[in-house]
Design a protein around this ligand. Structure first.
Ligand code: ATP
Ligand code: MG
Length: 554
């Protein structure tokens, strides 16, 4: 499914084609630069497919670089999960994994170079004062009183910063650019700050940490990146990206190109907010199957191919938009419709007894794993006197639209016989407990010989041979299409986003279901075995049809 050859072109590929044709570059070199402060989400998949996809198609290189300049927020566990997710999506980075923190020494050197050129200074304004001095979008800022400190003094002050002689927040190193610039990012941006924090890569070596804008462009240049692809919110930062590279003695100057980020309905796409969902226990973890993380989607039963296909369909543009969940679901549904073996599972069971079927008898029925793909083989279904069917699939009386089991009427058991309901038991509360039926032994794989028409087909599992399982059905995590717009996104959580069927029964072949093998539970949806729980637990990947579209029309 992950055929990158037919990928439609986009404006970034057009730029690359030109650069290769003109000889500006002999080959492409891109990078995927996550900050290890959370698990990757489906938005990152868009960036991964773009950057690694270009490397694949143009026989170029793509680095994986951890943009790790915020020691307090980052964690080695995130570093590991990110590597796993990139590889699971089917991509591999060239060379060693890169870390911005690998360049702390060089970055420090370039900061010193800026100071020596009179282009950076140590500033002691408080955060509040600095905000005041910065001005607004309509008013220019004011120069900091520390702007004209001599080069020698700045070098000495920066050395003191590095040596831990100032407190956190006491001073920062700022680039000297233009306090009247219409781009706020150019109003003497901070390029180094003090943080007495332990770093997952560099330990306690540093107490000054470079800011993102200063780090990113230099890291790109040091790695020889040709095209630095990022999301639109960095459009203004491009001025700073270029300013830094124009003013330090580094030959390489990658081109930053921005594209629109992925927004997906009914989900959040910010690691900070996803982290809050985890921390506040609104979900079971970063890999909760309702999370839009790669790990969550994997646990939910998404295949790498379906995610890559989704990224291909949404394309790369500069247009901000909100993608419908139905688009992502269509990709996995198409994949699983083609590739998932069929199976039968009863989520909410009710017992039926086939009174004219021998109590001791176990008939083995052979059923295809896929209706259109013989090569996927067959499985054996034990058929016994006592079976389970879905509680929803029986009614004492119903009109003709209800094509399932009704008292005194017939229905076909999928892959097996036609049965007729003759009577039923109820408990004191009026719940149906057992339905007694007869079966027509002449109807295995054929219609009744006397021409009776039996329209409905329902699924079933042998009561004696079926295996108990827990089945978890999922719905959207939020009730609002754009939860990020809510003042407090925890107020728009969907209380019914996970419905657990703890008494489910599945056909015996599923007892050994492998994790990451998707199944179509006939008439019910697509499911996969949970990759964490020790017992037999299945997660619903997606329904058989697009229920989102239907609900939105309501
Ligand atoms: P978040 O807000 O989720 O933390 P981020 O941009 O801060 O996102 P990074 O780890 O810095 O996260 O992102 C790594 C790369 O992935 C960046 O190049 C970024 O532009 C890209 N990226 C992040 N989110 C999206 C998204 N929703 N759509 C497309 N690309 C994204
Ligand atoms: Mg970021």
């Amino acid at each position: 499914m992950a055929e990158i050859e037919n990928r439609p072109s986009n404006f970034i590929r057009t730029i690359i084609d030109k650069d290769l044709e003109s000889g500006k570059h002999a080959a492409t070199h891109t990078r995927f630069p996550p900050e290890p402060n959370g698990f990757l989400h489906i938005g990152h998949a868009k960036s991964i497919c773009l950057n690694f996809g270009i490397a694949k198609d143009y026989q170029g290189l793509c680095n994986l670089r951890f943009d790790d300049t915020n020691p307090e927020k980052e964690d080695i566990d995130y570093v590991h999960s990110i590597q796993e997710d990139v590889q699971w999506l089917g991509f591999n980075w060239d060379g060693d994994i890169c870390y911005s923190s690998n360049y702390f020494e060089q970055l420090h050197g370039y900061a010193v170079e800026l100071i020596e050129k009179g282009l950076a200074y140590v500033c002691f304004l408080s955060a509040e004062q600095a905000r005041e001095y910065r001005g607004t979008l309509t008013e220019p800022g004011k120069n900091s009183p520390y702007r004209d400190t001599s080069i020698e003094e700045n070098l000495a002050l920066f050395a003191k910063m590095k040596n831990g002689e100032f407190k956190e927040g006491e001073c920062v190193l700022r680039a000297k650019i233009d306090m009247a610039s219409s781009f706020m990012v150019l109003r003497d941006p901070i390029i180094y700050r003090i943080r007495f924090a332990h770093h997952h890569q560099t330990g306690d070596t540093w107490c000054i940490y470079p800011m993102y804008d200063f780090t990113h462009c230099i890291s790109d240049a040091l790695e020889g990146i040709t095209h630095s692809l990022c999301t639109l919110e960095f459009q203004d930062n491009r001025r700073l990206y270029d300013w830094v590279l124009d003013n330090i003695s580094l030959e390489c100057h990658p081109q930053q190109i921005e594209f629109s980020r992925l927004n997906l309905e009914y989900t959040l796409m910010s690691k900070r907010k996803l982290n809050a969902l985890v921390d506040e226990n609104h979900v079971s973890g970063w890999d909760d199957p309702r999370m839009p993380t790669i790990a969550g989607l994997r646990r939910r039963g998404y295949t790498p191919g379906s995610i890559v296909e989704f990224c291909k369909r949404i394309g790369i543009t500069k247009q901000e938009n909100m993608v419908e969940m139905g688009m992502l679901e269509a990709c996995i549904r198409e994949d699983l419709n083609d590739n998932a073996p069929r199976a039968m599972a009863v989520l909410d069971p009710i017992k039926i007894v086939i009174e004219n079927f021998d109590e001791e008898k176990v008939e083995t029925i052979s059923a295809p794993n896929h209706p259109n793909k013989e090569e996927m083989g067959r499985r054996e279904l034990p058929f016994t006197r006592e079976l389970y069917i879905e509680r929803d699939d029986f009614k004492v009386s119903a009109n003709n639209k209800y094509k399932r089991l009704v008292l005194d009427k017939e229905v076909r058991l999928r892959n097996a016989y036609v049965i007729k309901a003759v009577r039923h038991d109820e408990d004191e509360a009026g719940n149906i407990t057992t339905v007694y039926c007869t079966y027509d032994p002449e109807t295995l794989g054929k219609n009744p010989s006397d021409g009776r028409k039996v329209k409905g087909v329902i699924h079933w599992v042998s009561a004696s041979h079926g295996v108990k399982a827990e089945i978890r059905n999922y719905d959207r995590l939020f009730t609002e299409a754009n939860p990020a717009a809510a003042e407090d996104f925890t107020t728009v959580l969907n209380p019914d986003s996970c419905v657990v069927f703890s008494q489910a029964v599945v056909e015996p072949a599923l007892a050994n279901a492998k994790v990451e093998q998707g199944y179509q539970f006939e008439r019910t949806g697509y499911f996969c075995r949970d990759n964490k729980e020790a017992g037999l637990v299945f997660n619903q990947t997606v329904g058989l049809r697009d229920s989102w579209a239907k609900e939105q029309k309501k």
